[in-house]
Ligand binder design. Structure first.
Ligand code: MLT
Length: 269
């Protein structure tokens, strides 16, 4: 799927109401490999996208905004003839999903924020991002990735699956420096979209890790109760990466949530 600004690559599996999986930083669509088959065989069309700048997707110029990344979801849906979809966003993918929901409200069947929130970065977070951008600009991309990835996981996973952490680092390092800087800049500049949650006329699901160091449980819980219809799951011994740390729990919760959406609104493809 190609526009002047981006080329958006995706794969599609299964049949039924559409679910778009939007990965976070520093990732690509492969992030979801532990859950995509079970999701598809549970009766859904699963669209697994690479955000522009990640995996097989690209963007023109030096920057890409959260809103433009949201547009890439819409471009993929249009390409597939999907009018309404459930959007599942992990962390930065959730920020993209919020931008999509603001601009394309009537095309959202439901929203799953997986270790994500609708609020903006606070000043402290912006300063941390600025330092990371400097590191990346100075050619220290790998150092930055190696420092950040282990902190995304709960202790138990780090102990049991050191190879999985290494794979994660390799996927992160594979991202171009230009894209990494653009993603960090987009996250830093994103506005607070809490109002979209409060006004949502679609159900919203929150997946929360008790040991998440990026999206703290307190911050996530505050937001989780705002939508009119909400589904909240909190996983023990889980950090920021439930699709790797607790794939069985995550897929079960996504299937249940999406089954409830199709019961509510009929076929939402
Ligand atoms: C992510 O997992 O997408 C990022 O860590 C999110 C963030 O830095 O806010």
């Amino acid at each position: 799927m190609q526009t002047d600004k981006f080329k958006a690559a995706y794969r599609k599996i299964g049949k039924g109401p559409a679910i778009v999986l939007v990965h976070g930083f520093p990732e690509n669509g492969y992030l979801w490999h532990n859950i995509w088959t079970e999701l598809a065989t549970s009766g859904f069309t699963v669209i697994i996208m690479d955000l522009p700048g990640a995996g097989m997707s690209t963007f023109e110029g030096e920057n890409i905004s959260m809103e433009e990344m949201g547009d890439s979801i819409k471009a993929i849906m249009d390409n597939e003839g999907v009018d309404k979809a459930a959007i599942v966003g992990h962390s930065m993918g959730g920020y993209v999903a919020m931008a999509f929901a603001e601009r394309y409200h009537s095309h959202v069947a439901g929203l799953s924020l997986v270790h994500s929130v609708a609020s903006a970065d606070n000043e402290e977070k912006k300063q941390t991002r600025q330092k990371a951008i400097e590191l990346m600009r100075n050619g220290k991309k790998e150092t930055f990735i190696r420092q950040m990835i282990p902190g995304l996981f709960a202790e138990v996973y780090k102990k049991e699956r050191p190879q999985a952490i290494e794979q994660q680092i390799e996927r992160g390092v594979a991202l171009e420096t230009k894209a990494m800087i653009a993603f960090y800049t987009a996250m830093m500049n994103r506005p607070d979209r809490t109002r979209i949650l409060e006004e949502a006329d679609f159900p919203v699901q929150f997946i929360i890790g008790e040991d998440d160091n990026v999206i703290k449980i307190e911050a996530a819980m505050k937001q989780a109760t705002l939508p009119k219809t909400n589904f909240i799951s909190v996983y023990a011994d889980c950090g920021h990466m439930s699709m790797l740390e607790k794939p069985g729990n995550l897929v079960k919760d996504l299937v249940n949530f999406n089954k409830s959406l199709s019961q509510e609104s009929g076929n939402f493809v």
